[in-house]
Each structure stands twice: as C-alpha cells, then as structure tokens.
Design a protein. Structure first.
Length: 120
C-alpha cells in the first residue's frame, strides 16, 4: 500500500478510512463516522454485538511525538465519555458501552495498526 499520504490535513481522514476497514474486518458495524454533538466529535461509533463502541483514531506519520495512542490523554478520554453520555441520552436507552483506541502509524511501505479495545 504505497499510496499513503503524509500531508497532515489528510492524516486524520486517511487514518479513519484504515480504522473503519479494520473494524469492519473484525466484525464491527459502523454506525457513525465523525459524529458531532454540542460536546464535541467522536471519530467512529460502532456496534460490536450488543455493545456500542466509541472509537478514537490517532494517526501519525512518525514517532517524533510518541506513539499515536499516547495522544489520547485524560482530557481527551473525559471529553469522549461526555460525548458518549450525550449520545446515549439522545438514543433514549441504556446500552453497554466500550471505548476503543485505534492507533495507526504510517510507514513507507504501508501502515502499522494497534487496536486497543476497552482502552478506558
């Protein structure tokens, strides 16, 4: 897969494309991509059997600033939890919820993906 782009504006959407294909291959059903509400944005919302999965995708073209998953700090985790609570309230029902992180590191010859299920 040599067509990977490293332009920073394209990293996020490209990483999300990779993550969606990966999650679908794992059997998850994608419900929303770039879901927005007044609290913020969730990269991906998916269903894994009876569980609603909120997925944060982090993509990097180098390790200069650390591994991609390291960017999901406490502040980001708390915000994603609030986005999820808002979403669940809108849905009007209680659902089992999980928070995953998909970490993607682009390389010259493709990419490396690390899926951390139930990350927090």
């Amino acid at each position: 897969m040599n067509c990977l782009k490293t332009d920073t504006k394209e990293l996020g959407p490209q990483g999300e494309d990779i993550a969606i294909r990966y999650l679908q291959d794992k059997g998850l059903k994608i419900i929303h991509r770039n879901y927005k509400n007044p609290i913020g944005e969730a990269d991906i919302i998916a269903r894994d059997n009876g569980t609603t999965v909120f997925v944060e995708v982090k993509t990097r073209s180098s390790s200069r600033y650390g591994e991609p998953f390291e960017a999901v700090n406490e502040r980001k985790r708390e915000k994603l939890k609030k986005i999820a609570m808002y979403y669940l309230k809108l849905m009007g029902s209680e659902m089992e919820v999980r928070f995953d992180v998909v970490s993607i590191k682009l390389k010259d010859d493709g990419y490396e993906i690390n899926h951390i299920a139930d990350a927090f």
